[in-house]
Design a protein around this ligand. Structure first.
Ligand SMILES: *Cc1c(COP(=O)(O)O)cnc(C)c1O
Length: 397
């Protein structure tokens, strides 16, 4: 198998030479000419039953789109999956996975913290699921006869806790495990290799990388992908081909972007530790953030998200957001530019207060998504903002 730096550049481009083009073409057709009634009927049957591709014609764009399918192939290869299925957002991908996994009306075991939207979906039972929240060590005890799925995220959002996926899979037994791999990206972690059954991404983040696309994708086995495609056909939670085109254009630089941002994050985590006004820094590169040694065993790097807890609680955190100039005060992550946000007030607002406290999402906590800018410029910006917000002045170091 090719190396990951080769796969990002060449993935999903296998048919281009035969088509006589070099860049993946953007196909915006909503309907497609049929060679004959018989061939159209056969392709419609195939696609409605979840097959990966038509033989003659996509028939109708809700059933299949070649621009989307090429990007899906690229993602499947990176995740060591048989197939990937794209959706209009990360939440659409997670919802479709719950449906395809048969979790509607059944029991789910989930490990907190999760992305706020996923937590909300599971805790409200909007999809008629019943959720038991378990610790990473408590999964086996939480499993019931009716458990359809185990849901986990690592590194977790926003605490950056790392969860041992192989240990969760062992405890889950026959119950399939869904891993949200958005934070790690397939460059740093491939959960199917640790026994997961479903891997979901908010492709809005690093897979897009430029802050201009909203998308989701699920990587899985051929059988599970067929179920997902059927759900997508009937719910219409499609990825627009224009978005898939942009995602495919971002793919060749994914590994470069992830590693450059990660190098910056490692350096900033070091410099932030011990700065006046900073109570705690979390980044998987720091030894006390990875007690199980998972950055080496399960990942190939600590990633580009970090958290900083500032003195002075939510008010001081708000002042940091006001004071940054190079960082953008905004939710989302995984972009080429650096972003900073306040989880308790924004991304995790919809999570119940006791659960927030249990997850370590304190009022002074800020989540930083580090970009690929010059690390000294990023440091100067954070340093002046934290100094101004906490009254600790500029750093001496
Ligand atoms: C953003 C995000 C989601 C939701 O994705 P959308 O594309 O916004 O729907 C899910 N999981 C994680 C970890 C995220 O960061």
């Amino acid at each position: 198998m090719a190396g990951i730096d080769t796969m990002v550049v060449h993935g999903g481009r296998e048919d281009l030479t035969a088509l006589g083009v070099h860049a993946p073409p953007l196909d915006r057709s909503t309907t497609y000419p049929l060679r004959s009634l018989e061939s159209g009927t056969a392709d419609l049957e195939r696609l409605a039953h979840g097959e990966a591709a038509p033989v003659d014609s996509p028939v109708y764009a809700r059933l299949f789109n070649p621009t989307v399918a090429r990007w899906e192939q690229g993602i499947a290869a990176l995740e060591h999956a048989d197939a990937a299925v794209a959706f209009g957002s990360g939440m659409a991908a997670i919802t479709a996975t719950l449906i395809a996994a048969g979790a509607i009306g059944r029991h789910v075991v989930a490990i907190r913290p999760l992305y706020g939207g996923t937590d909300h979906l599971l805790s409200t039972g909007l999809l008629a699921t019943r959720t038991t929240w378990a610790s990473p060590q408590g999964v086996a005890d939480a499993i019931e006869d009716d458990t359809a799925l185990v849901v986990v995220e690592t590194p977790a959002n926003p605490t950056l806790d790392l969860v041992d996926l192989a240990a969760v899979v062992r405890q889950a037994g026959d119950v399939p495990v869904l891993v949200d791999n958005t934070f790690a990206t397939p460059i740093l972690q491939q959960p199917l290799r640790h026994g997961a059954s479903w891997v979901v991404h908010s492709a809005t983040k690093a897979l897009s990388g430029h802050g201009d696309v909203i998308a989701g994708v699920v990587a899985t086995s051929q059988t599970r992908a067929a179920a997902l495609r059927q759900v997508r056909v009937v719910t219409g939670a499609l990825l627009d081909p224009q978005a898939a085109y942009l995602l495919h254009r971002s793919l060749p630089t994914l590994a470069l972007r992830v590693r450059a941002a990660q190098d910056n994050a490692v350096e900033l985590a070091k410099r932030l530790q011990g700065r006046c006004g900073v109570l705690a820094v979390r980044h998987p590169s720091l030894p006390d953030c990875d007690p199980l040694g998972l950055v080496d065993r399960q990942m190939s790097g600590p990633g580009s998200l970090l958290t900083v807890e500032v003195e002075g609680g939510a008010e001081a955190a708000g002042r940091v957001l006001q004071a940054v100039r190079l960082f953008t005060s905004a939710v989302s992550l995984g972009s080429t530019d650096s972003l900073i946000e306040h989880p308790a007030g924004l991304t995790h607002r919809v999570v119940d207060a006791a659960a927030l406290a249990d997850s370590g999402i304190r009022p002074g906590l800020l989540r930083l998504s580090i970009g690929v800018e010059d690390v000294d410029d990023l440091w100067r910006d954070l340093d002046q903002a934290i100094g101004a917000a906490t009254g600790s002045g500029p750093s001496v170091g």
